[in-house]
Design a protein around this ligand. Structure first.
Ligand code: PMM
Length: 289
């Protein structure tokens, strides 16, 4: 049985409060949709990461590649240049750092620099050696549902039943991870909102999140500021999508619902509101036990 508001599965090696975890996002990129350019200078990214940690983020996720639809990949050297100084400084300050990368070389160097978790949005598909690295390092890993790189992923947004199909494809990656020796209790899964998915797919995955949770793996959800929220909250007068920095209230509401559905972690740009949200959900869920 699952307990609303309370994660029913934990990732070994990460904090285990009696509530859904909150992962804060630092995009060290010039072009991410949500905060592109704001934290592109290492000093700014470090300051921002420290702020997220001070606000109560359980984990701070550092990425150097924008994955917004249509984005081109940075060269490996550039991704390393963006990510490593930020990982190093935050880890040295005692922050629990996750590295958001699809490249095994970047993940490896980030772990050497103090990162303690790998968030691979390709779920090991972009670089199959990722599972071997994670197995050897013994660190937790997020396996996200992914069908292809951002420059062509939206052409692949075609499903029978999106929840069934996403799980079947995640299961393939879980099998590959296990075959490579990744410890099962160090894995979280993620439906990958917006990755080869349109707005309707995202809403279906969210509304039926309990079905993904029921498979027994800890589930991470990253809905924060994504474009399907901008569309939902479009200006009634002009029809223009709500810009990303106006999507945080809706993100926090979703964090409550995601936590109540039994998710393990929400990945968000603005930590305080979602931390309040998961605490409300945990208290609510405690009455249901
Ligand atoms: N989305 C983005 C980046 N990293 N990681 C996981 N695990 N899941 C996601 O859905 C995800 C991610 C997209 O962009 P953002 O960093 O601006 O939110």
């Amino acid at each position: 049985m699952t307990h609303p508001g309370r994660p029913h599965a934990y990732v070994d090696g990460l904090p285990q409060p009696d509530r859904c975890l909150v992962m804060g996002v630092v995009n060290v990129t010039p072009d991410s949709f949500s905060d592109g350019g704001l934290w592109f200078e290492p000093a700014d990214a470090i300051t921002h990461g420290l702020r997220l940690a001070a606000q109560g983020a359980d984990v701070v996720d550092i990425g150097g590649e924008s994955t917004r639809p249509g984005a081109r990949r940075p060269p490996e050297e550039e991704e390393l240049r963006r990510v490593l100084p930020v990982v190093r400084e935050l880890a040295a300050a005692g922050v629990l750092v996750s590295v958001d990368t699809m490249r095994v070389s970047v993940a490896s160097k980030a772990l050497d620099a103090g990162a303690r978790m790998v968030n691979d949005v390709s779920g090991g598909r972009a670089d199959p050696a990722m599972f071997g690295l994670v197995a050897d390092a013994g660190v937790p890993m997020v396996i996200m549902h992914w069908r292809g790189y951002s420059d062509h992923m939206q052409q692949q947004a075609s499903y029978g039943d999106v929840v069934t199909d996403v799980w079947a494809e995640l299961q393939q990656q879980l099998d590959a991870a296990a075959a490579a020796g990744v410890q099962v209790d160090r894995i979280a899964v993620d439906p990958g909102l917006g990755f080869a998915k349109n707005g309707d797919h995202n809403w279906t995955l969210l509304a039926r999140l309990d079905e993904l949770v029921a498979h027994g793996y800890p589930v991470l959800v990253a809905a924060s500021r994504k474009s399907f929220l901008g569309r939902l909250l479009a200006d009634p007068a002009t029809g223009a999508d709500r810009p990303p920095d106006g999507r945080d209230s809706a993100t926090h509401v979703l964090s409550t619902l995601i936590a109540l559905a039994g998710a393990w972690c929400v990945r968000v740009h603005q930590v305080p509101g979602s931390l309040d949200a998961v605490n409300v959900a945990a208290r609510w869920g405690a009455e249901k036990r």
